[in-house]
Design a protein around this ligand. Structure first.
Ligand code: SF4
Length: 277
């Protein structure tokens, strides 16, 4: 199995026609596979932070702190530390947090504290010997650096050696289950394999609100499926950027927050049929 060769063989023609480096994240892949018209509309809409979006970032940072700070910490204190760090680092979410107003910050503190509390109640206590690491960034450059696959793993546990899979990659979700979460982690498994030469032993999505953990063992079939999905997604991303193809509309859950839903016939029909859900 030569995953890099499989990817580059199918992407070389696309890469030759790229005017700039194409960055591919799990979010972009999920977006282009969900609804291409929505993906393009979102790209043209300026991004704005909101309390629900900031809640995810703050909760993730607070959970990260809970794994590395000694002793048991109150979830509210962890959230306060997380907010202070994000503001201090002058991140974009930090700018939002410092200007969103006291009432919004209080709402965010309350919701994030509840998230962190649920996580601490439901996630197994991590031991040092498991070598846990949080916010692990990895990237893979393909086709003479024309295409970059990038990922930031919420949590990894364990270590591979030269020949044996030994790492578990965990994605922590603040919302509910969605089928694409499994594909997100398959993409991460592909990145991990390309970087280290050894596949992860297991990938898992942990849902904070329900305390559920959905796991998948990483097999050759899973990695081949990730290669196909990644290749298909990159080809479509590049064709859409070059305006070589008409964007496909695929109604679904994303219609609920789609910026062009008022002008989209299939999306409006789906929303009417789904009765708001
Ligand atoms: S409303 Fe739905 S189908 Fe239409 S573009 Fe948006 S996400 Fe796609």
């Amino acid at each position: 199995m030569d995953l890099r060769n499989d990817l580059e063989r199918d992407l070389v023609n696309i890469a030759d026609n790229l005017s700039d480096v194409l960055f591919v994240s799990k979010r972009r892949l999920a977006a282009v596979h969900a609804c291409e018209a929505h993906h393009l509309a979102e790209q043209r809409t300026p991004f704005e932070w909101s309390i629900p979006l900031a809640r995810g970032s703050v909760s993730h940072k607070a959970i990260e702190l809970s794994m590395h700070l000694a002793g048991q910490r109150d979830p509210g204190d962890l959230v306060d530390e997380a907010v202070a760090i994000l503001i201090d680092r002058q991140t974009r979410v930090g700018d939002f947090l410092s200007t969103c107003g006291e009432a919004s910050r209080a709402e965010l503190r309350s919701e994030s504290s509840a998230m962190v509390s649920s996580f601490l109640d439901t996630f197994p206590t991590l031991r040092k010997g498991w070598r846990p690491a949080t916010e692990v960034s990895k990237r893979v450059e393909l086709c003479q650096e024309k295409i970059t696959l990038s990922g930031k793993f919420d949590l990894t546990i364990g270590m591979p050696n030269d020949t044996t899979a030994g790492r578990v990659i965990v994605d922590v979700k603040t919302g509910g289950f969605a089928p694409e979460h499994r594909e997100d982690l398959r993409f991460y498994a592909l990145i991990e394999t390309l970087v280290t030469g050894v596949p992860p032993l297991l990938v898992a999505t942990h849902y904070i609100e329900s305390g559920r953990m959905l796991e998948e063992a990483i097999t050759e079939d899973v990695l081949n499926s990730a290669v196909r999905r990644t290749t298909d997604g990159i080809i479509r991303l590049s064709q859409l950027e070059n305006e070589d193809v008409e964007p496909v509309r695929k109604p679904g859950a994303a219609c609920r927050w789609c910026p062009i839903s008022d002008d989209c016939t299939p999306g409006t029909a789906w929303l009417n049929d789904s009765d708001g859900w």
